[in-house]
Design a protein around this ligand. Sequence first.
Ligand code: SF4
Length: 357
Amino acid sequence: MVLTIERTKLVLPGPITKKVLMIPRTITTWQSLSWQEELSQLITDPETLLDLVQLDKTLLPQAKKAAELFPLRTTPSFARRIRPGDINDPLLRQILPIDQELHSPMEYSTDPLAEVHSTVAKGLIHKYEGRVLLVAASQCAINCRYCFRRHFDYAGNTPSRGEWQAALTYIQQNDSIEEVILSGGDPLAISDKQIQWLISEICQIPHITRLRIHTRLPIVLPSRMTSGLLDILSQHRLQSVLVVHCNHAQEIDEEVSNALQAIAQAGITLLNQTVLLRGINDDANSLTTLSKRLFSARALPYYLHLLDKVNGASHFNVEESDAIDLHRQLLASLPGYLVPKLVKEVPDKPSKVPINY
Ligand code: SF4
């Protein structure tokens, strides 16, 4: 069976057979797991996911095929927020491998941001003036199907503890660098001990004044935001910024909201970036609701990104003219501080490129 996209919806060419199965008992057990336990019980098998969301197994062959190119990976916590039986659920669409990932137009590539040209040491990307990005982890808790790093060579770019020195030396020797960004993979997927060590090394470099962390864990694994981690992230000499990645209001349940509020209460500047995704959030209602819900949880909407043209993700693309229309609607219906900047990344530009109109 092949899924096709018609306008913004996935259409099944046959009836959806809703299973009368109850969600497996383990899903309630998951609610009481520690973050480490939940991380060790990620859903990586398409059949398990289809069972959980009560969808027809006719989707299985294509899901398995697409997962060979980029594995399925999600936390039980994120899966719990998917509406059972709905193939168009905006959370499911972000994680379910489908046939359309197997075909990419010419302008799509495996490294759409040309990061290979900005890699200055193993795990260190220096693309923009004044800040560098450290690939602190090789994996995420969730594999987003549209991820621009879905083909990234993590094996070749994640330093071992012994290899960090080259990256840290580069930062020490460049006093124009003021900010270090921890990215990945998801930097919060590594242990508290490793994060603490990395932050303490960064703190020893006098010209670094800001630490930024890009993470999706507060959204997809909110139990990760323990008081111990929040202490590590906030109790050092640097100004702290944490940028989460949330694309739809349905991702923010009570547990996520509490996790976000805890980050803000720890004195960390909390921002959100969203990728504009066809069939997921490409309507004004979804985006305005998202901005309001983020702000209720004390996160400021920061960027609304156009899709990076990575192989396997072309079915998520929203044309720039449509994005501009949507952004106009956001401006008309929200206070300015709740309207994220509309941007895109263009390789070799000195910053993200604002889409002005
Ligand atoms: S969490 Fe971020 S880095 Fe990880 S797969 Fe999703 S978009 Fe990519």
